[in-house]
Design a protein around this ligand. Structure first.
Ligand code: UT7
Length: 329
């Protein structure tokens, strides 16, 4: 009988650029207030990359920390999956660029575009390969420089996002630990609610596309909010069903950090007390596919790790996409 493998998370890391942009800084750029941003979103500050920092820069930094903690050689890595909607460039993939920066010898490299659910999608891809025995060691990275596609004249979006990256090394084990299960879903009919229309084959860069500001993120925030609450609820229920974990057994809910009101609504649906819900949105804003791996790394490093078993990761994002994962230690 062939072995059943699990993907153990043996190392994690995260990286954010040093520059901090506060709500007070934003008050000088657009017609907004610290009070509005804090009460509507929970965000107080976010990190913004300088012009010499790219997705591959932050992704490599986070990956190095994860590899160091995992204590593996780079030639042991069989797969690099990078979740991002803000790659260095359309191609080659940011995974391939990071591979070069890390000096990883020939191996499978791919980017995955699933908006803020990107990390969960990437995790599910790595888990699937490891489960079947096809690959033994995977590097999974979520990285986003949303500041590069933010319209700094649009107060309804520019206050929300930040830059950052989180990474994890997954390794095959025959023990039942690590990624216990993943769930991913999507509905393209909702795609227009959150998109960046420029820069692809539909609206390649031109004077007209730039004049029409198509290379910026566009969002119908209010409608996204309503779907998000339902999707986060559904994704949480599905992963509990799939893994047999009961609500009261959840060690820590690690939700995508888009809006503290969405996080609280999700926690309420699961009847979770505040100490079982991880929130760091006040320090980072919404870092899209980086938000969950940053949170997971913080939990592992800040001593809450022992009590966070199992973790339920849950996200929604552009596409629309939504998904969840359960991780144990
Ligand atoms: O990771 C996935 C990505 N997206 C999200 O998760 C976003 C989900 N949506 C949200 O988080 C919320 O919808 C927002 C935070 C984006 C907006 O909060 P809201 O409570 O849905 O506000 P709203 O869009 O309904 O706007 C309410 C008011 C409007 O003014 P009027 O029309 O009532 O006079 C806006 O013009 O707030 C105004 N407003 C602002 N005021 C001060 C919008 N943005 C701002 C701002 N500062 N930055």
């Amino acid at each position: 009988m062939s072995n059943q493998y699990y993907a153990e998370m043996i190392g994690t890391g995260h990286a954010v650029p040093p520059r901090i942009l506060t709500n007070q800084d934003l008050e000088k750029i657009v017609d907004t207030s610290d009070e509005w941003i804090v009460t509507r979103t929970g965000i107080r500050e976010r990190h913004i990359a300088d012009k010499n920092t790219f997705a591959s820069t932050l992704g490599t930094e986070a990956a190095k920390k994860a590899i160091e903690e995992a204590d593996i050689r780079v030639d042991e890595i069989d797969l690099i999956v990078v979740a991002t909607v803000t790659p260095d460039m359309p191609f080659p993939s940011t995974a391939a660029i990071i591979q070069k920066k890390l000096n990883v010898p020939k191996t499978a490299v791919m980017d995955i575009s699933a908006g803020c659910t990107g990390y969960i999608y990437a995790l599910s891809i790595a888990e699937s390969y490891i489960k079947t025995g096809a690959f033994k060691t995977a590097l999974v990275i979520g990285v986003e420089l949303l500041s590069r596609v933010t319209d700094w004249s649009d107060r309804s979006t520019c206050v929300l996002f930040g830059d950052g990256s989180g990474a994890a090394v997954l390794r095959a084990t025959t023990e039942r630990k690590g990624v216990l299960g993943t769930y991913i879903n999507g509905d393209g009919r909702l795609g227009d609610l959150l998109k960046m229309p420029g820069g692809g084959s539909m609206n390649p860069a031109s004077e007209e596309s730039i004049a029409n500001r198509l290379h910026y993120l566009k969002m119908s925030g209010n409608e996204v909010f309503k779907f998000a609450v339902n999707m986060m609820g559904e994704a949480s229920e599905k992963i509990l069903e799939k893994t047999g974990i009961r609500k009261e057994e959840i060690g820590m809910l690690v939700p995508h950090q888009a809006n503290v009101r969405i996080i609280n609504a999700t926690a309420k649906k699961l009847n979770l007390p505040p100490e079982k819900v991880y929130i760091n949105i006040h320090r980072f804003g919404n870092t899209s596919s980086a938000s969950i791996p940053i949170a997971v790394d913080e939990i592992r490093k800040n001593g809450k790790f022992e009590n966070a078993n199992p973790m339920i990761l849950v996200a929604f994002g552009a596409g629309f996409t939504w998904g969840s994962a359960a991780i144990s230690w």
